[in-house]
Design a protein around this ligand. Structure first.
Ligand code: NAP
Length: 487
């Protein structure tokens, strides 16, 4: 395996040296051609993904649109060009006591990036998903360690990328796909001296292990692991009094979408003891009872779900409100449980993510207890606040906690469904992610794969176009502290 990996990494490094210098226009052509070739795979891609995951083909039509939309959006970003964060501080030769040099900086690609494909999003977070698209947009070469749960889907998407490589004439090894269910392979790839960064989506244990492998390297590299989250929902009382039915319906959908196999699944809901909270809980149970039970992605995830469920439900402090008890291979029963704030505070095992169609309602004694619990939750990808205007106005302290808890704060809507845009944050304080300063979804995901380089007193003709005096690309730059597109 070592020889094979050495060869892959040598090829990836050669590809990086050539690919990092291609223009934004050529990168856009490549990214858009990948999207075209993925779409050209047609129904075969949708049915293959469906067969390998037990999820419906309609879901993959949506996921394919997101995947291709992401690739094209990164194409637009790099052709526009301002993403390189160009900054120019002009020289001041007469400055006393020392002359000020001309300093110009911009972001450049890191090198070969290793991507661990996720099992729950075979298209949008895997072979040609957000990590790959953002790394290729930055000018990096990419090695994807495919997830063993969907090898045929990965092979199809790889074939589309290889076609795009041939059509666009970029280096043949700018993208490579490696397979095999082997932690050893993931470890060797992460620790290979030519690997310059890692993107991961999956479990806390996996993401943390890969982060730790990287720390053991002689040359440390950044690892961007996006991992588990319980996505706490705060249920404020006026909203429950007025709109309990609508919210119950929306949250039943959010808990069960994709058989609960979403990292943004609302796994914990916090409210204050009241008849309104009881009423909402009953309505949510009723809505869940109307939702059929479906098959999970693979044996491992199903085993983890049933094990984690029995650990939680076995606890005598936890009351099962709804449990579908559906039978069949890989079938996951939607479950709603309830616990008091006191019991939740005492038992940290109840704070962990249960990956599947499950949610735990925490009934707090009063607002002080809700605040105490909320403040002490670990880092989250999202947190949601359900409240009327009056609720929100009178609970602004909760908003202050929210921003320290999560990467994305949702108001009066469900957390599942991640919009891919310029303002997207899909990350958060550990253990939601290993680096809370970055996002793994959205346009800023590209910033994970670059580093700044500064040119001091460099002759204009030697500067990259982004930093040349005349601004030939017309990009937005910060010159002496002011943003401008001027020369
Ligand atoms: P996973 O176990 O984290 O695996 C994801 C990838 O990481 C796989 O390619 C796996 O290798 C690799 N990996 C995991 N642990 C590793 C280690 N110690 N050393 C080297 N490589 C390692 O995720 P999964 O298989 O998709 O699902 C398992 C559990 O992860 C689920 O039950 C769920 O709890 C959680 N999960 C969470 C999310 C989320 O978004 N929060 C998403 C998916 C899964 P192999 O290919 O060799 O298996």
């Amino acid at each position: 395996m070592i020889n094979e990996i050495n060869q892959i990494m040598d090829q990836a490094y050669d590809a990086f040296l050539s690919y990092q210098n291609i223009s934004g226009k050529d990168k856009k052509k490549f990214l858009c051609t990948i999207a075209d070739e993925i779409e050209a795979l047609g129904e075969e891609l949708l049915t293959t993904a469906s067969e390998e995951t037990n999820l419906p083909t309609a879901r993959f039509a949506g996921e394919r649109a997101r995947t291709c939309g992401q690739l094209r959006a990164f194409g637009d970003l790099v052709v526009e060009g301002s993403w390189v964060n160009a900054v120019i501080d002009k020289a001041s030769p007469d400055r006393k006591p020392m002359p000020k040099p001309d300093m110009r900086k911009m972001s450049i690609a890191l090198g070969p990036i290793l991507v661990f494909g996720a099992s729950n999003f075979p298209l949008a977070y895997s072979t040609a998903g957000g990590d790959t698209a953002s790394a290729l947009a930055a000018g990096c070469s990419v090695i994807v360690k495919g997830h063993p749960a969907h090898p045929k889907t990965s092979a199809l998407v790889t074939s589309a990328i290889k076609k795009a490589i041939a059509i666009c004439g970029v280096h043949p090894h700018v993208f490579q796909h490696v397979e095999g269910e082997s932690f050893e392979m993931g470890k060797i790839l992460t620790q290979h001296p030519l690997t310059a960064g890692v993107g991961f989506t999956g479990s806390l244990s996996g993401g943390r292990a890969i982060f730790d492998y990287a720390q053991q390297r002689a040359t440390p590299i950044p690892v961007f692991s996006e991992m588990g989250s319980t996505n706490p929902v705060i249920l404020l009382k006026d909203a429950l009094r007025h709109d309990a039915k609508e919210y119950a319906k929306a949250f039943a959908g959010s808990i069960t979408i994709g058989v609960g196999q979403f990292c943004t699944n609302p796994g914990i809901m916090l409210g204050i003891k009241s008849s309104a909270l009881n009423h909402f809980t009953s309505l949510l149970a009723l809505e869940l009872s109307l939702t059929p039970a479906y098959k999970m992605l693979h044996q491992g995830i199903h085993k983890n779900y049933t094990q984690a469920l029995s650990n939680v439900l076995y606890n005598h402090d936890v009351e099962t409100i709804y449990h579908a008890h559906a039978e069949g291979e890989l079938i996951a029963s939607p479950v709603l449980a309830r616990v008091t704030g006191d019991a939740f505070l005492k038992n940290v095992n109840l704070h962990h993510e249960i990956f599947g169609p499950f949610s735990l309602i925490v009934v707090c004694e009063n607002k002080d207890q809700l605040v105490e619990i909320y403040k002490n939750l670990k880092g989250q990808l999202t947190t949601t606040i359900i409240g009327t205007h009056h609720d929100l106005e009178t609970n602004q302290d909760i908003l202050n906690i929210a921003k320290n808890v999560a990467g994305r704060i949702v108001f009066n809507f469900v957390p599942t469904g991640v919009e891919v845009g310029n303002a997207t944050v899909h990350g958060g304080p550990y253990p939601a992610a290993t680096d809370a300063r970055f996002t793994s979804v959205g346009m800023d995901a590209i910033q994970r794969w670059v580093r700044p380089v500064c040119y001091q007193d460099c002759p204009d003709y030697l500067l990259p176009d982004e930093l040349k005096n005349i601004n030939p690309l017309g990009i937005l730059r910060k010159i002496d502290g002011k943003f401008t597109r001027d020369a």
